[in-house]
Design a protein around this ligand. Sequence first.
Ligand code: PNS
Length: 162
Amino acid sequence: MKTVLYPGSFDPFTNGHLDLVERAGQLFDRVVVAVAVNAAKSPMFTMQERCELIRLSCAGLDHVEVVAIDGLLVDSLDKYGAQAILRGLRAFSDFEYELQMALMNRTLRRNCETIFMMPTLKNSFVSSTLVKEVARLHGNFAEYVPPPVAAALRAKVGPEPR
Ligand code: PNS
C-alpha cells in the first residue's frame, strides 16, 4: 500500500488543501493528513478543531485519514507507514521555505523524500493566512474553503457582508 503523509498547520483547511488531497488520491492508496505544530504560527483553531474540520471537509474521500502529530515530522513517517511527505507548491515564493524543509527533513532522516504537487490555478493564490485575514475583516471567504470550514470561520468572526 502506497501511503503519503501530508503535513501542515491547516489553520484552517482550504480548497487548495482539499485540491491536493484529491490529487494525491490518484497517486497514493492512502493520504494521511497530519495536523502539525508550526512553531512560528499562533493558530486561530485548536488542533482538535482543525482535525475535525478536515474530517468533515474530506467526508466521502475513503483514501484520507486525519491525525494530529507532535514532535518532528520525520518521526511520524514510520508511525503511519508513509513512504513520502507531500507538500503543496503554489507560487515561486513558496519554494525557498519548502526546499529548506525538504532538505532538513532528509538530513534528519536519510531517504526521506518530499513530493510537491501544485493545486489548480483557481486555488493557486489561496492560503490559510489570507483566508483568515479576509474573514477577520469581514470580506467574502466562503469560496476559498470547504463549507464546514466556512461555518466554523463564521462562528469565530461573524458573518460575511451581504
Ligand atoms: O502549513 P505549514 O505551517 O507551512 O506547515 C509547516 C509544518 C507544520 C509542516 C512544519 O512546521 C513542521 O514540519 N512541523 C513539525 C515539526 C518539525 O518537524 N519541524 C522541522 C521541519 S524541517
